[in-house]
Design a protein around this ligand. Structure first.
Ligand SMILES: Cc1cc2nc3c(=O)[nH]c(=O)nc-3n(C[C@H](O)[C@H](O)[C@H](O)COP(=O)(O)OP(=O)(O)OC[C@H]3O[C@@H](n4cnc5c(N)ncnc54)[C@H](O)[C@@H]3O)c2cc1C
Length: 388
């Protein structure tokens, strides 16, 4: 049995490690020539951390992860703390601490675990096809690779998805852009072990710790799709969007490095339930592209990898049964996360200003119970975090 994986993102690498764990021959093909992920960091929630632990990366993950002891919401203008609460009840309930991790470090951990030399970099797949006995990927340099199964972990603009669905799809602009990066922790912005979020006017500024005394920061700005932006101008752009916001936000804007600050337009895709065509399947963002509003896109990709392993374990030598089992285990769960994120996105970014004002009022009365219940609801339902 040989499985070819297209894309060495967190989904593809997790799948490659997971399949190799059960003795399947794997090969990974990646279009870029080096590990250079877009985006500064991600929060790996407890369901994602459990997947990484399962892949044998417990110690490495804990080393890279920031420690989040508390969470707080701050009023954007007054700087008043709307609520602050411990993360411990969440950790107790789901049995695993979440870890925000710098993206390049997470990616590098996965690549090293698999073997950097075993990844075929600089190989852009241009088409995929399958037949009764094998599946074939063709690359931009004209070469091809043949395998029993091809897994398209080729991200949000997946061409494997187009093959599986038989048609291109159009992603939906979620209505906001996200600026993100890394800065050294600073108490003037937020405590070093807290996930601090400033909210107001349907905008949001957040910092959370990653290893090495750094904050992962992001700013959400509601604006039309396609607004021109020149890299390096983040400070001026953010100063104008966040004029009058609390001193912690101004300090963050002063401290960030405009050259390394990313700007990402946020899109998602309606859930779909066909993930497999013959010997070809999609995984990760190729299968479920979500807004980052509940921090679950990457975690969901890792869940895919575990379910894929289990499907092959349960159906040794039967490619079609294994892929059918994988699809049936994952589409509903992954689709639900996409829709949960979309709902959260709309409230956070004032799609209905009244609903957002009501959320701000709720935050002023929050003791952590409701926020934690929501996050636990996202975490539960995956392969290693079964719903109760
Ligand atoms: C702003 C932002 C914040 C986020 N925050 C979080 C968070 O906090 N928590 C979380 O869990 N998720 C988060 N996500 C989502 C997360 O980044 C994605 O879900 C995750 O990266 C998906 O992994 P993937 O491997 O499926 O795709 P990707 O990471 O996109 O990897 C796909 C890989 O395939 C390669 N590729 C693409 N096309 C081809 C081709 N034709 N041939 C060969 N290679 C190809 C690409 O170069 C890439 O390396 C966030 C996303 C954004 C945009």
């Amino acid at each position: 049995m040989k499985v070819v994986i297209i894309g060495a993102g967190m989904g593809g690498m997790s799948a490659a490690i997971a399949l190799r764990q059960i003795g399947i021959e794997t090969a990974v093909y990646e279009r870029v020539t080096e590990n250079k992920p877009v985006g500064a960091a991600i929060s790996v929630w407890s369901n994602g951390v459990k997947c990484l632990n399962y892949l044998g990366l417990q110690e490495e993950t804990a080393e890279l992860g920031g420690i989040v002891e508390t969470m707080s919401y701050i009023d954007a203008h007054t700087g008043e703390t709307m609520c602050r609460f411990s993360m411990q009840p969440l950790i107790d309930e789901v049995g695993q601490r979440p870890y925000p991790i710098a993206r390049a470090e997470l990616q590098s951990m996965l690549m090293q675990a698999y073997g950097m030399d075993a990844i075929n970099f600089g190989m852009k797949m241009v088409s995929v096809a399958d037949g009764p006995d094998a599946a074939t990927a063709t690359f931009a340099d004209g070469t091809t690779v043949t395998a029993d199964v091809i897994i398209g972990a080729d991200g949000a603009s997946s061409i494997t998805r187009e093959y599986v669905l038989g048609t291109p799809v159009t992603r939906r602009y979620a209505g906001y852009v996200n600026f993100n990066g890394l800065v050294d922790t600073d108490d003037a912005i937020g405590p070093a072990t807290e996930w601090t979020t400033y909210v107001g006017e349907g905008k949001r500024v957040s910092v959370m710790p990653v290893a090495g005394g750094r904050f992962y920061f992001f700013f959400d700005v509601v604006e039309l799709e396609g607004v021109p932006y020149e890299r390096g101008t983040a400070r001026e752009v953010l100063r104008s969007h966040f004029a009058g916001w609390a001193p912690g936000v101004q300090t963050l804007i002063d401290k960030l490095d405009p050259q390394t600050t990313n700007r990402v337009e946020i899109l998602d895709l309606d859930p779909f339930h066909t993930w497999v065509k013959g010997r070809v399947a999609v995984l990760g963002d190729a299968a479920h592209n979500t807004t980052p509003d509940i921090g679950q896109g990457g975690c969901s990709a890792m869940e895919d990898a575990i379910e894929l392993q289990w499907a092959f374990k349960d159906h040794p030598g039967d490619v079609h049964a294994a892929l059918a089992a994988y699809q049936s285990a994952r589409t509903e769960r992954a689709g639900e996360l996409v829709l949960r994120a979309r709902k959260r996105c709309d409230v956070t970014h004032a799609k209905d200003p009244q609903a957002t004002a009501q959320w701000y009022d709720e935050l002023r009365k929050e003791d952590g119970t409701n926020v934690i219940r929501g996050i636990v609801g996202n975490i539960l339902g995956g392969p290693l975090t079964p719903a109760r």
